[in-house]
Design a binder for this molecule. Structure first.
Ligand SMILES: *Cc1c(COP(=O)(O)O)cnc(C)c1O
Length: 485
């Protein structure tokens, strides 16, 4: 069994050959079609096989994988992939990610990797400073926005119950006073999943009507809070709606719940990064009035998946989320960080190294410039698109998200048009734009947070958009029955 021998030249060769392939992949990213070329059947045919009884040589396994996965890769780092909220990977963060695997450090407690623990402590401080959040907040490094929202909302639950005289760590949730939950009807789906995993059902959630940008409406919030006055309350606010980029006004909302037993959580998976820029910080007034914040580094910080961050203002509440540590983990020392004390995981990837590298590579001014540049690119895209015939920009472009619709003749079905347009752009390969359903309508959606994206990419995308939309319109004319008068 080749894999079991300590054969260092072989390992070196294997890692070097993978490095060459990985660098070639990165070099061709911009030229690579964003969409995969292989179907699920193609991939199953190429990759599927009986699990071999006898092991295979590592070199063969890797060269097969490189060849067979190729057609099913999504070029998320292509500078013209404007779907989801995809970014690239900064050079140092990709390399540090490899090292994290090579070192195979367990970020569980201080003793399992002092280097990982110290780096996480340093990165936590840097992030709080960059984002302008209270310096003594606690920070957990998790897999993504979903787990950050889950961790924060579980803290919220425990804190408001504790203040209502119900120590949940001891008594559990059964029989507890029921907190009232508030969020916009346009809240991100991961908040709903987080609440479900934290023990809540749809019956406890007050889904509040939103304005045209997806922000919960304050008069309705005020009325709902008044109705629930005296009960424990949890509010999940958005810094950066995933479709429009809009922000909910934390300071005004904090004022509405003043005097109540309320916890304010801010989901800022990408939007929280606005706080790093003096130009954009005005979008998040009162950010520090919240009790917890979630964000992703694998979005705007341009590090590889999976890297999310949860921040809690009161470290005591955060620390109490988990039960006592494992019997074999040794004594806790408050001066030494136990990474898993702040996350749902126990054994965990040492995620701090990647963040440490990315933040040093960019520096404060680099992070600011990256965020500001992407917002300028979104404005350029919106301006260019609105100059095209029939195109309407549907949102206030305050950040990095743009929604587009086409004003169509009455014999063209709008849902079919927008879906066909997106599908054709995706196969065209010059760029990737998806659709979304926004307030009941299917629209074209654009999101940019890639450090590689430049003005030329926007202009190329606009050219593709002009061409493909023209052709789609011609082909779909007559797709909807003409409405009789
Ligand atoms: C992406 C996103 C999430 C979820 O983050 P993951 O990293 O995918 O788990 C949550 N909220 C918002 C607003 C997002 O954009």
């Amino acid at each position: 069994m080749s894999g079991m021998s300590a054969d260092s030249p072989r390992l070196r060769n294997l890692l070097q050959s993978v490095a060459v392939s990985a660098a070639a992949y990165a070099d061709t990213l911009a030229a690579r079609p964003c969409a995969p070329s292989a179907s699920s059947e193609d991939l199953t045919r190429a990759l599927g096989r009986e699990l071999p009884e006898k092991g295979e040589a590592a070199e063969k396994v890797l060269s097969d994988l490189l060849r067979d996965a190729e057609g099913g890769l999504v070029a998320t780092g292509n500078p013209r992939h404007f779907g989801f909220v995809f970014s690239g990977t900064l050079d140092s963060s990709l390399a540090a990610d490899w090292l994290s695997s090579a070192w195979d450090q367990n970020g569980q407690v201080y003793a399992t990797s002092p280097a990982a623990a110290v780096v996480e402590t340093i990165v936590a401080g840097w992030l709080l400073e960059l984002l302008g959040l209270p310096a003594d907040s606690s920070v957990g490094f998790v897999t993504g926005g979903q787990m950050a929202n889950f961790t924060a909302l579980a803290c919220a639950r425990d804190a408001v119950l504790e203040r209502a005289g119900w120590p949940a760590s001891e008594k559990g949730l059964f029989g507890a006073p029921v907190p009232a939950l508030f969020a916009s009807e346009c809240v991100h789906g991961t908040v709903l999943s987080a609440l479900k995993m934290a023990g809540f059902g749809t019956a406890q959630l007050r889904s509040l009507p939103a304005d045209c940008e997806g922000r919960l409406r304050l008069p309705e919030l005020k009325a709902a809070v008044k109705e629930c006055s005296g009960r424990p309350m949890i509010l999940s606010l958005q810094a950066g709606n995933v479709n429009t980029g809009a922000f909910e006004p934390v300071s005004e909302i904090a004022e509405i719940v003043r005097g109540e037993n309320a916890w304010l959580h801010v989901d800022g998976a990408f939007g929280l990064w606005a706080a790093v820029s003096p130009e954009l910080r005005g979008l998040v007034p009162g950010l520090t009035l919240a009790d917890s914040w979630s964000t992703d580094a694998h979005k705007w910080l341009n590090v590889p998946c999976d890297s999310g961050i949860v921040i809690v203002k009161d470290p005591v509440v955060h620390r109490r989320l988990k039960a006592s540590r494992c019997s074999y983990a040794g004594e806790e020392d408050p001066r030494k960080r136990d990474g898993s004390a702040w996350t749902p995981e126990n054994s965990r990837r040492a995620r701090g190294f990647v963040l440490y590298a990315a933040l040093r590579e960019l520096g404060k001014s680099g992070v600011r410039a990256l965020v500001e540049r992407c917002c300028a690119l979104a404005r350029r895209f919106a301006e260019g698109a609105s100059a095209l015939p029939r195109v309407r920009v549907e949102n206030e472009v305050c950040l990095n998200q743009v929604l587009l619709s086409w004003e169509l003749p009455s014999d063209v079905d709008p849902t079919l048009f927008h879906r066909t347009l997106a599908a054709r752009l995706q196969t065209d390969g010059r760029c990737w734009l998806g659709t979304t359903i926004w307030r009941g309508r299917t629209l074209l959606r654009f999101s940019v947070c890639n450090f590689r994206t430049g003005e030329k990419d926007i202009d190329l995308t606009l050219a593709a958009l002009a061409e493909v939309s023209e052709r789609t319109l011609a082909d779909l004319t007559g797709s909807a029955p003409v409405r009789s008068l």
